[in-house]
Write a protein that binds this ligand. Structure first.
Ligand code: FES
Length: 164
């Protein structure tokens, strides 16, 4: 009963997102982005994929291939906050690896893993376009630069305070 209620609420929210955009293929990335944000586990479900495919009149296979092309999308559950740490040359040369080690220690996980409380997933990414403030990382849609082991600790603590 409770599960049914949650499912129908989710369906309602999903439809609201779809209706925000014209039913054209150009809307695909925007819709996927919003649907993923809607999910506290930061991923796109099979129901999402099916609903998008029907709304835009494109095949499920096409939606899946777009999802797999962009690293910001996931088909598997992730943490509430997805940390994408830059591994490109500028960040790498400016102490990125040292900051990354601190981050892994703070979170108690390796790259590609999610913390036990479901709060954080740690991923690597190529250049975030923030080389001027290297080393840099992104948490969901927010970019953080000029990272140091100390700064990263403060950032993680602020997200832990926010919780889910
Ligand atoms: S190299 Fe890291 S943001 Fe560009």
């Amino acid at each position: 009963m409770v599960q049914n209620l949650a499912n129908s609420k989710l369906k309602e929210r999903r439809e609201k997102i779809l209706r925000r955009y014209p039913p054209k293929r150009d809307s695909l990335l925007y819709i996927l982005h919003d649907l993923q944000d809607l999910n506290p586990q930061n991923y796109l479900t099979s129901e999402d994929v099916k609903a998008v495919s029907e709304y835009l009149g494109i095949s499920v296979g096409e939606v899946e291939s777009v999802i797999s092309f962009y690293s910001m999308f996931s088909r598997k559950p992730r943490g509430r906050y997805v940390i994408r740490f830059c591994s490109s040359p500028t960040c790498h040369l400016l102490e990125g690896p040292r900051v990354l080690e601190e981050l892994k220690k703070l979170l108690g996980i390796e790259v590609g893993q999610t913390t036990g409380d479901g709060l954080f997933t740690l991923e690597m990414t190529s250049c975030l376009g923030a080389c001027g403030v290297a080393p840099a990382m992104m948490i969901n849609d927010e970019i953080y630069g000029n990272l140091t082991p100390f700064k990263v600790k403060e950032i993680i603590e602020s997200y832990r305070k926010k919780g889910k």
